[in-house]
Design a protein around this ligand. Structure first.
Ligand code: CA
Length: 418
């Protein structure tokens, strides 16, 4: 991908997350004004709702930027996405004739409050990172039985809750739930003591489908990606998960980064999935490089203390791509909707420093990690702030995601005590 120059100076720095090559889609507000669609460019956000109203931007006859969410563009499909992106790129390119008109609609990102960038219609979470599944399986079932027998043949997933997906910056409250330790005879209803993060990527479905789609069709349906922290109560999960999988353990909150980085912006960073131990069945086979080379890090900052990087990994560590997950999801005929969000599953790498959850980093709580502040952690403490960062590194520019931030706030008093 060639680096593109913009008339917005801050977009031309090698360290910005948002060069002209990126153009991620978000929803922002300034002060008390209503939220509206915006595109990040350098250290600014362009009010594209206003730009569309001026008649400078759009696809087809219907407006796509007036609903304070990107679903109207998402549902139109790849051809429209390309037209829209081309016209945005032209408007923001160095030498654009519209510069003077557009300058009035640029706001500093520092002044912008970010909102959910799209309406999440459904949320499905997968378990498709091999290192993570192996680590967790080893802890729970022993190294011999780490991967369940189906794991190398299908991307395992469960249907989650769209209602609990929140945008970066939203506080997350420690949940209550039924807990039962191995030495206890009966469960008790208590605040979770093993509350954790999961470092994931979220893939966002654009056009709806009704019936099985191929891996290539699925790939073309994916509008873009966000960083995703799938907060997880390990102790609630341990008691509830058999035989149907996680339920309340994953229902507290899932935080996403505020900018949708489009598949188009990531196109130059495609990489292949790892070598297959078993050949995948034809409907799930790779048809080309289906993952992306995206560096990912997580920092943990205790309340009023500096942040420590606790994990660094890369999206290319996944065993299954989002396109394969989507193809599998549809294979029974399951209709997919515009705004369907697919969590990749925790992205861990082969080294200890690459583990995308505290469950793995502290090996089930047995090996506390030491933070730069000198404190130790097995699981999250009240007041901890987690920040996920991600970017694809190009030649002299980067395609950045903007941070996915959440602070854990203390559990309320017993919600059922009257
Ligand atoms: Ca997850």
């Amino acid at each position: 991908m060639t680096y593109l120059k913009s008339w917005v100076d801050s977009a031309n720095s090698a360290s910005t997350n948002f060069p002209l090559n990126n153009l991620p889609y978000g929803v922002f507000s300034i002060g008390n004004e209503a939220p509206r669609c915006g595109v990040a460019i350098g250290s600014h956000v362009l009010d594209v709702a206003a730009v569309e109203s001026l008649g400078l931007l759009g696809v087809g006859d219907s407006p796509v930027c007036q609903d304070a969410c990107w679903n109207p563009l998402m549902e139109l499909g790849k051809q429209s996405w390309t037209l829209f992106r081309e016209s945005l790129t032209a408007l923001l390119s160095d030498g654009s004739a519209e510069q003077a008109q557009l300058e009035k609609h640029l706001y500093p990102l520092a002044d912008a409050q970010m909102h959910m960038p799209f309406t999440v219609t459904e949320f499905t979470d997968f378990y498709a990172g091999r290192h993570h599944a192996t680590n967790v399986g080893t802890m729970f079932r022993g190294a011999e039985n780490a991967l369940p027998p189906n794991w190398l043949h299908i991307p395992i997933g469960y249907n989650g809750r769209a209602s609990s997906v929140v945008v970066s910056g939203t506080d997350v409250r420690r949940p209550w739930g039924q807990l039962k330790g191995p030495d206890q005879e009966l469960p008790a209803f208590l605040p979770s003591r093993r509350f954790d993060l999961e470092l994931e990527m979220g893939a966002i479905v654009g056009p709806a489908s009704n019936g099985p789609v191929s891996v290539d069709e699925a790939d073309a349906m994916i509008f873009g990606y966000v960083l995703l922290n799938d907060w997880s109560a390990r102790d609630i999960q341990a008691w509830e998960y058999q035989p149907l999988g996680p339920f309340q353990a994953k229902a507290t909150a899932t935080t996403i980064s505020p900018w949708i980085v489009t598949s188009a912006a990531l196109e130059g960073f495609r990489v292949s999935t790892p070598e297959r131990e078993f050949e995948l069945l034809p409907h799930l086979k790779d048809t080309g490089p289906m993952l992306y080379d995206i560096d990912l890090t997580v920092t943990l900052a205790p309340q009023d203390k500096p942040a420590t990087t606790i994990a660094s990994t890369n999206y290319r560590e996944m065993y299954y791509s989002a396109a394969q997950q989507l193809a599998h999801h549809s294979s029974s005929g399951c209709p997919m909707r515009t705004g369907d969000l697919l969590g990749s599953g925790t992205i861990s790498g082969p080294e200890k420093s690459m583990r995308g959850s505290l469950l793995e980093l502290s090996w089930g709580g047995k090996e506390p990690l030491t933070l730069d502040s000198g404190e130790t952690r097995t699981f999250l403490e009240d007041g901890d702030t987690l920040t996920l960062h991600g970017h694809a590194q190009g030649d002299g520019f980067r395609i950045g995601f903007g941070d996915c931030v959440g602070t854990l706030v203390p559990a309320l008093d017993d919600p059922y005590a009257r």
